[in-house]
Design a protein around this ligand. Structure first.
Ligand code: BG6
Ligand code: MG
Length: 214
């Protein structure tokens, strides 16, 4: 019997994945580095400096640490401008129902995001109170695909990883859940999320009990 479910934020609960994409695209193209949806797929779930590193490597660029920090700040300023007007209406369809249904099944509900903006986004969406435990980039040292963020949430809940379910839209996120020893539910493309135990196209009509029977 599962006792907890731990959700990723960006791309699962809300479409901030789109805003990360737009902000990285602007930065990359400003540096002369080609950027498209396919390349962006590999950035999903990757933390800020890790994402920047992938873009710089793609462009064969190797700026010093100070310049890297400046570029990361520039992307984050753009991103924060894009998310500044978000409201409760930006919660993805089915997400609130999925959170409530999980609680109704007696599960603890957690959030595992490697975003330093996770707290701000939860506040903008007014959904902080839907979670028993929230872990973000400020609590961990290693980003996804390392399992640290999912293990941190499980530990704070006092629940064994094997009794937890993780929900992710990114391939590295699914890897993190599996490395944590949890059941992985992917949200999105079953080809991209092939390592997940189950994949759903979105959280619309999310029926955990039915999914666990399949
Ligand atoms: C993840 C996103 O949740 O957070 C990534 O999927 C993003 O795209 C990462 O780079 C870090 O976010 P932030 O807000 O700390 O730059
Ligand atoms: Mg995500």
């Amino acid at each position: 019997m599962y006792r907890a479910i731990i959700f990723d934020l960006d791309g699962v609960i809300t479409d901030t994945a789109r805003y990360h994409y737009l902000a990285w695209k602007r930065l990359a193209e400003g540096l002369g580095v080609p950027f498209d949806e396919a390349f962006n797929e590999g950035l999903k779930g990757v933390d800020r400096m890790g994402s920047l590193d992938l873009i710089l490597r793609r462009g064969g660029l190797d700026p010093d640490v100070a310049e890297r920090l400046r570029l990361a700040d520039q992307k984050n300023d753009d991103y924060r401008q894009l998310v500044a007007t978000m409201t409760r209406a930006d919660v993805l369809p089915g997400a609130l129902e999925a959170l409530e249904a999980a609680r109704g099944l007696g599960l603890k509900v957690g959030l595992a995001s490697v975003s330093k903006n996770a707290g701000t986004i939860l506040e903008r969406l007014e959904i902080t109170s839907f979670f028993d435990v929230v872990a973000d980039a400020n609590l961990i040292r290693r980003g996804k695909p390392d399992p640290e963020i999912f293990l941190t949430v499980a530990e704070q809940m006092g629940i064994a990883p094997a009794d937890c379910i993780g929900v992710e839209d990114a391939a590295v996120g699914v890897q993190a859940i599996k490395s944590a020893g949890m059941l992985a539910i992917g949200v999105g493309d079953p080809v991209i999320l092939a390592q997940a135990d189950r994949v759903v196209p979105s959280l619309v009509g999310f029926d955990l009990a039915a999914l666990l029977k399949t």
